[in-house]
Ligand binder design. Structure first.
Ligand SMILES: [Mn+2]
Length: 395
């Protein structure tokens, strides 16, 4: 992405929020063990506005002065020696930001905003512990949020403003997404041609990981799912460690990252290459539901209406196969972009430029079957463009 891309994103956000002082936190590094940390992953909003991968930095956009400042955390001698010093010239080249300061300057800026009655735009943090997912949120956003609250300044949560921007993909973002999808597609074809040599789900995961990099990708967009037989009935099965059985189906839900942008593809294959009649009819049913879902997606559609309509169709199709579908276990579509489950306004009508997945699936643990077919589509002026149409769907 070019400097113009990040500058453009900051100025569009500033135009949407006149008079605001917008303050956005980079993610913090998180310990993995002893003196080691997990690989750094930047906050997607921070990256979208700066392109900078530095932990604990704070972006300040002054919409009145029309300028942005990058506040950087002071580095310890240890950090300078072991990780290298901060290169503000490089940050300026990437982001187009020319003003740099220290995160120690933040309190002064916030106090000023409070005194002059300016609204501070911030991103509402998640709870410390995100219960439904069972993980801890990155603490950076919450830390910044408490500093803002302490300042006594008037505040406005700007999450939806950035989400609405991020939902509409710009040409360079679409190019990156398309490349991520193509890398995933070439990888899946490579793996399929070697399926007979694989003995375990892990063999397949290893092939995929190596191939993503060999094809020019930057690794996995999310933990890959390689699930044979009954394992595929667990929607987020990520152990990928069971032996493969020729009579089983194999569900792969994988996506490469390319220049920060994700892809999200699911395919289901017959391990031994000769599916049973039952496996075939269930697979065909999911293809049918997906074709139906494609036909429902266009600009102006509300995702909740779409979900209901596709769910109703899936229920009818499944009933004809002797399966009673109660509540459908997941959405048929989600936004995709910098995050695999991307930011966007789920309550607003779909707009051209939005990228979504379309992923019908069926999970029958008692029949040792889990099937999902997932493609990525772009909402256009006239309908949809299936970005992953070149990835074969042979059972
Ligand atoms: Mn998905």
């Amino acid at each position: 992405m070019t400097q113009q891309f990040f500058e453009g994103n900051r100025s569009v956000l500033a135009e949407r929020l006149p008079g605001h002082l917008i303050v956005i936190a980079a993610n913090s590094l998180l310990q993995s063990s002893a003196d080691l940390h997990f690989p750094f992953r930047q906050d997607s909003n921070f990256w979208y506005l700066t392109g900078i991968d530095e932990p604990d930095a704070i972006l300040v956009i002054d919409t009145v002065a029309g300028e942005s400042t990058m506040l950087l955390p002071p580095k310890s001698t240890y950090q300078k020696e072991w990780d290298g010093d901060t290169d503000t010239d490089e940050f300026a080249r990437v982001s187009g930001i020319v003003q740099f300061g220290s995160t120690r300057d933040l309190s002064g800026l916030l106090k000023q905003a409070a005194v002059s009655g300016r609204t501070v735009g911030y991103l509402q943090p998640l709870p410390r512990m995100v219960k439904p997912y069972g993980f801890y949120a990155n603490p950076a956003r919450r830390t910044l949020w408490s500093r803002i609250k302490r300042s006594g300044a008037q505040t406005a949560d700007v999450r939806l403003d950035i989400a609405r921007m991020r939902a509409i993909k710009q040409p360079e973002e679409l190019a990156a997404i398309q490349e991520a999808i193509d890398i995933t597609g070439r990888t899946l074809e490579h793996v399929k041609s070697r399926l007979a040599q694989c003995r375990n789900e892990k063999d397949i995961e290893r092939l995929i990981t190596a191939r993503f990099f060999a094809e020019g990708g930057d690794g996995h967009a999310y933990q890959p799912i390689v699930a044979g037989g009954q394992n595929a009935a667990t929607i987020h099965y990520v152990q990928n460690s069971a032996p493969l059985v020729a009579s089983d189906l194999l569900l792969l839900d994988v996506g490469a990252v390319y220049q920060q942008y994700t892809s999200d593809i699911s395919r289901t294959w017959s391990v031994g290459g000769s599916p049973t009649k039952r496996q075939r009819e269930l697979y065909d049913a999911m293809c049918d539901v997906q074709t139906f879902a494609f036909g429902q997606l266009r600009a102006g559609v509300l995702l909740r209406d779409y979900q209901k309509t596709v769910e109703q169709y899936a229920r009818t199709v499944c009933a004809s196969l002797g399966i009673q579908l109660d509540a459908y276990p997941h959405g048929f579509s989600h936004f995709m972009g910098l995050d695999v489950h991307d930011a966007g306004d789920y309550s607003a009508p779909l707009q051209p430029g939005t990228v979504l997945t379309v992923e019908p699936g069926i999970y029958l643990a008692y029949e040792d079957i889990g099937i999902r077919i997932e493609d990525d589509v772009l909402i256009t002026e006239s309908g949809i463009d299936v970005l992953s149409k070149d990835i074969p769907k042979r059972l």
